[in-house]
Design a protein around this ligand. Structure first.
Ligand SMILES: [Zn+2]
Length: 266
């Protein structure tokens, strides 16, 4: 059995990030992994796209069509952590994010279920923050810090950790220069910290780990997304194994198929 860490980096234009030289860890991971480009569905908006990536169903099924989450069907479309628990009741799961609709039980959605009973029994834990209010430059490092501490302490079987600073900077400043790449470099550093934590566990406890990284959409040059351009629909899957060979998943993965591949590796 593998332990799996899924890292979601909102609004990351991976190829542009690597070409900038500011995403050194992501560049190394991409070149030593299973890697494929992936095209996300319309609309290229965080709510629908993460709902698809995290539930393994399309918007026709989860019915999240924008960031308002009005009349959604998430009650019928469990997130991948909940699906893992249903498949294997003994699994431990963890989620950490600063975008409230993904994780905050008091917000709209959320896409990731709260599972109070599982939290009480130690099978599930969550780190919920509000980057919309406090800014992701502050919140993303808090998310990473809790993720590293949790990996160090319990090494959950399946984790989802989410960063939004690059998307935030892209909206504010565009994606051609400056702050977008500063934010990417900050997130790249957080990825390194989590990677090191995983590597330490692999060495100390002889665990097999799989780190999966993806994004929900790209951006236009001037910042912003939602449309049908190739640049806005561009996503990717990195799947980097530690202690075992990298997976050989098909290179034509659809966004709604990622959950199935992750669960098959658990
Ligand atoms: Zn997004």
């Amino acid at each position: 059995m593998n332990k799996i860490l899924l890292i979601g980096i909102d609004g990351l234009m991976l190829h542009r990030a690597i070409a900038s030289g500011r995403a050194k860890a992501l560049a190394r991971l991409k070149s030593d992994s299973f890697f494929t480009d992936m095209t996300v569905d319309m609309p290229t908006v965080s709510g629908p796209s993460w709902s698809t990536l995290l539930t393994g169903t399309t918007a026709q099924v989860h019915k999240v069509i924008d960031n308002d989450f009005k009349d959604h069907n998430l009650a019928q479309t469990p997130d991948l952590l909940s699906q893992a628990k249903a498949l294997k009741p003994e699994v431990t799961t963890y989620a950490a994010a600063g975008w409230p609709p993904l994780i905050d039980p008091a917000d709209t959605g959320p896409v990731i279920r709260t599972r109070v009973e599982d939290q009480d029994s130690g099978k599930h834990s969550m780190f919920v923050r509000d980057g919309e209010t406090h800014g992701y430059e502050k919140i993303d490092p808090e998310v990473a810090e809790d993720a590293v501490a949790t990996i160090d302490r319990i090494g959950p079987d399946l984790s989802f950790v989410y960063f939004c600073g690059a998307d935030e900077a892209g909206h504010l400043h565009g994606t051609l220069e400056g702050p977008y790449f500063d934010a990417i470099e900050r997130i790249d550093t957080l990825v390194v910290k989590m990677y090191q934590s995983v590597q330490k566990r692999q060495q100390e406890f002889d665990e097999n780990w799989l780190i999966v990284i993806t994004t929900d959409h790209g951006h236009r040059d001037e910042g912003g997304h939602g449309g049908d351009s190739e640049q806005e629909r561009a996503s990717f899957v990195i799947a980097h194994a530690i202690g075992t060979p990298h997976p050989s998943w098909p290179t034509d993965i659809k966004p709604e198929e990622l959950v199935g591949h992750i669960l098959s590796a658990l």
